[in-house]
Write a protein that binds this ligand. Structure first.
Ligand SMILES: C[S@@+](CC[C@H](N)C(=O)[O-])C[C@H]1O[C@@H](n2cnc3c(N)ncnc32)[C@H](O)[C@@H]1O
Length: 222
């Protein structure tokens, strides 16, 4: 069982606070599913600048880029530093505030609501397990297809091969306190093609980074 480790500096009211407000200090936060499992997400990463391997991945994407579920905006900042036009979208006001404080160009909105530039983004990003947003990956990938150009791509982080695909109810836990539950999905490298196909997307590339994170590059199926 993979345990999500992260840390915090203060204890907000979990039902209201976005986990990105749990500022790193010592391990404590887990993201748990209804079946008692924990998801492999690294909350501390959200606050850090994009890692070297994330920057390598971003160097290969074409702009303009829309980062869906951008959290505190580190990917948008990294892209902007290379003059790649990028917009982050996140439904959480606190994540958006943190992103703006970093200088990221972001929009507070549910990604299923109308967004600027629909159909004109060259790349949509779903990093850090964001392919699980909403608990229905095919619906989410169909939304990505609406947002991107005909020849555009979706770069989605997935779990390692053998994980399969499952929809879950999940929540964050901190010292015995828990956030409101939300719908999520866990998608492995072995399952991404199956959930992408009904959205009209096919896997163009799939592989692991040196640190063992898995990413799929999806494009419109021929
Ligand atoms: C795993 S975190 C993102 C971390 C960020 N991508 C990163 O790599 O630093 C997932 C984010 O998705 C956002 N989110 C969840 N549902 C959303 C929705 N329907 N529309 C927009 N953002 C959403 C959450 O607020 C949260 O910030």
């Amino acid at each position: 069982m993979a345990v999500l480790t992260a840390t915090y500096r203060r204890r907000p009211a979990l039902s209201q606070a976005h986990p990105s407000e749990w500022v790193p200090q010592r391990p404590s936060v887990v993201l748990r599913t209804e079946d008692g499992d924990t998801l492999d997400m690294d909350l501390t990463r959200w606050h850090d600048p994009a890692t070297a391997e994330e920057q390598d991945l971003l160097a290969a994407v074409q702009g303009p880029v829309i980062d869906l579920g951008c959290g505190p905006g580190r990917l948008v900042v990294s892209l902007a530093s290379r003059s790649v036009p990028a917009l982050g979208v996140d439904s959480s006001p606190s994540a958006i505030a943190l992103a703006r404080a970093r200088g990221a160009t972001v929009l507070q909105r549910d990604l299923f609501q109308p967004l600027p530039g629909e159909g004109r983004w060259a790349t949509a990003l779903l990093f850090d397990g964001n392919v699980g947003i909403g608990g229905d990956p095919t619906r989410l990938l169909a939304r990505c297809r609406e947002l991107t150009t005909a020849g555009g791509q979706v770069v989605a982080e997935v779990q390692p091969p053998g994980t399969g695909s499952r929809r879950v109810t999940a929540w964050f836990e901190l010292d015995g306190h828990r956030s409101e539950p939300f719908a999520w999905a866990v998608i492995g490298a072995d399952a991404i093609a199956d959930v992408a196909a009904p959205a009209g997307l096919a896997v163009a590339a799939l592989g692991a980074t040196p640190s063992g994170r898995w990413f799929a590059r999806l494009q419109a199926a021929a």
